[in-house]
Design a binder for this molecule. Sequence first.
Ligand code: NAP
Length: 267
Amino acid sequence: MLEVYSSFKVCSSLEVECKAFMTPRKILVTGASRGLGRAIALELGRHGHTVAVHYGRSLHEAESVAAEIISSGGQAVLVQGDLSTLEGAKAVGAAAIAALGGLEVLVNNAGITKDGLAMRMSDDAWDAVIDTNLGAPFALTRAALRGMVSAKWGRIVNVSSIVGLMGNAGQANYISAKAGLIGLTKAIAKEYAGKNITCNAVAPGFIESDMTEALSDAVKTKYLEGIPAGRFGSPGDVAALVAFLIGDGAAYINGQTIAVDGGMYSH
Ligand code: NAP
């Protein structure tokens, strides 16, 4: 299902001046209905880009993200689709390209957890997390690359996780997927750097969202003890880094994984 929202707004002279420095881009943010993806989509919309706000089930939330982007002076389209299979991801890529009229920036953000100790983890929990967190970004990257290679310009940002670097008990599936995503980032960076395409990963630490809200107070307290900043991150902390990575100032940064974790893990 695809719905398109767009609008124009008279900006203040200051806004027009700021946006004049930035080329408006056609951007897909997966999992933009909630949490980190929502904040990333809003931040990029605020910079005047056109954002395909992808969602799986949360139509109402995605609609309010699109509306907020439009009211801040950006443009938005809604793209719905399930990312738990390669076929689903390919369909989302095709729908976004059709809705945007091309794709210049891909932010692979959507992800899930299905935690459990390795010995007790079901095959389904393994497959679901690997397919959604690693398979879908791979399929979307391939869909995006065709146009980026022709245009000789593109930006891909993969939302990995600090646990993909440091490891964590009870998340063998999630960590394998997030570490794999870092590997995918490095491979794509090497393959397409010559086409003026960069591919970088962000590795959030503990960020306040529905995903982390589901954890028990005891687990949250334990994480907080290990964060030198003394606080959990906000989705906006991650969105600011993504906005930087797709901008001109980051043109020579490629294949990197940048942590946003309040100093939790140095690698
Ligand atoms: P969240 O609040 O649970 O939101 C997840 C988003 O992904 C939602 O928009 C959801 O869409 C979408 N999604 C999940 N499965 C999907 C599927 N099969 N098909 C389509 N869409 C799907 O998660 P979050 O905390 O914002 O996390 C976002 C990303 O950051 C994830 O990759 C996560 O691993 C990573 N991360 C988060 C943290 C953290 O502390 N929160 C730390 C490190 C990394 P619908 O609701 O519309 O279905």
